[in-house]
Design a protein around this ligand. Structure first.
Ligand SMILES: NC(=O)c1ccc[n+]([C@@H]2O[C@H](COP(=O)([O-])OP(=O)(O)OC[C@H]3O[C@@H](n4cnc5c(N)ncnc54)[C@H](OP(=O)(O)O)[C@@H]3O)[C@@H](O)[C@H]2O)c1
Length: 310
């Protein structure tokens, strides 16, 4: 495994993190047993991953808690979150935070995020909820504050652009992938200036793991005039990435694309499948995609800021 420093937190984190939400929820959405999901967590840790992202709303915190039970707490970085949809009160956050501690079997959270924030809610959360988070930080129960965007309805990062104007966020979770690279200019550039730790979600998601979904997304982009159809062969749209010296397959390309983007620190991989976990680890540790392929990807998708790749 390779490790890096998560921006101003100073935490030494593995460049791949285990995502325990997304479409997979470490296999819980596909119906695998709790014991197998616990084995995924343990296997990730044994492979050198020390960064685990979960959230109260994923209903996987207790699985993570069981997976990390016999590991020294200081060797694991736990990122979890409080969802922000609905009207949130400081009391809700307090209760939720205590439940997360209990589920995870720990007495502190390394990074506690406001989860899936949209622009319209940002000012309320900043003035009414952040003070509670800062109190928890003063008590050393939260080590660093994070914020995550809701990438599906906010694919051009309007909320994170607002959040970047404030100085309290140590970590941000950003949607970024081959299809929608808009975070490069809209978020990552400023985040680098402020030395904010960046976690990447949606590296693969559905569009880059299912060929049918990829074509649907590309057709949507053509309709929206964000993709020039002459730039892409719809029979096998991203085939040019797969060649000797290039990517092994599209998922491999997708993780490597994110891994080497300047300003990113941890690439989250959400899976409940042991062979996917192994393959994804191998991908993240391979070298960058060839520069010619990267230039082509930047050109083809330069205008895209309207889809998440869901
Ligand atoms: N707003 C938020 O805060 C927010 C939103 C979304 C996600 N997240 C976090 O970010 C994490 C990662 O996000 P993501 O779900 O977008 O992750 P991702 O790693 O981009 O995509 C996960 C999807 O890809 C599939 N997959 C993974 N590896 C594969 C492989 N080698 N071959 C084929 N399919 C593969 C998974 O299914 P299998 O289980 O079959 O492998 C799953 O359906 C989440 O788990 C969660 O922790 C946060």
């Amino acid at each position: 495994m390779e490790y890096t420093t998560l921006g101003r937190t100073g935490l030494k984190v593995s460049v791949m993190g285990l995502g325990c939400g997304g479409p997979s929820r470490i296999g819980q959405s596909a119906g695998i047993s709790e014991a197998d999901s616990i084995r995924i967590v343990k296997h990730a840790l044994e492979s050198g991953i020390n960064f685990i992202d979960t959230a109260e709303v994923y209903r996987t915190e207790h699985i993570v808690g069981k997976g990390i039970k016999n590991v020294d707490r200081e060797n694991i970085i736990i990122s979890t979150k409080k969802s922000t949809w609905g009207t949130l009160t400081p009391k809700d956050v307090q209760k939720s935070f205590e439940r997360s501690l209990e589920n995870l079997g720990t007495d502190y959270i390394d990074i506690y995020h406001l989860h899936g924030v949209i622009l319209k809610d940002y000012d309320y959360l900043y003035s009414e909820i952040v003070p509670t988070l800062l109190e928890l930080k003063d008590q050393d129960k939260i080590h660093f504050l994070g914020i995550t965007e809701r990438f599906n309805p906010d694919p051009n990062h309007s909320m994170l652009q607002r959040a970047l104007q404030d100085d309290i966020w140590d970590v941000m979770m950003v949607g970024f992938n081959i299809l929608n690279q808009s975070a490069r200019d809209l978020v990552l550039a400023k985040a680098m200036e402020k030395n904010i730790g960046i976690l990447i979600m949606f590296a693969v998601r559905l569009a880059l793991s299912r060929p049918k979904r990829l074509k649907e997304c590309l057709n949507e982009l053509i309709e929206k005039n964000q993709l020039d159809p002459s730039d892409i062969n719809m029979d096998d749209p991203l085939k040019f990435l797969i060649h000797e010296g290039g990517a092994e397959n599209l998922v491999d390309a997708a993780y490597r694309f994110c891994r080497y983007e300047p300003g990113t620190h941890v690439i989250l991989s959400g899976t409940g499948n042991f062979s996917h976990l192994k393959n994804n680890l191998e991908s993240i540790l391979r070298p960058p995609l060839p520069e010619t392929d990267l230039i082509k990807l930047r050109k083809i998708f330069k205008n895209v800021d309207s889809i998440s790749g869901q």
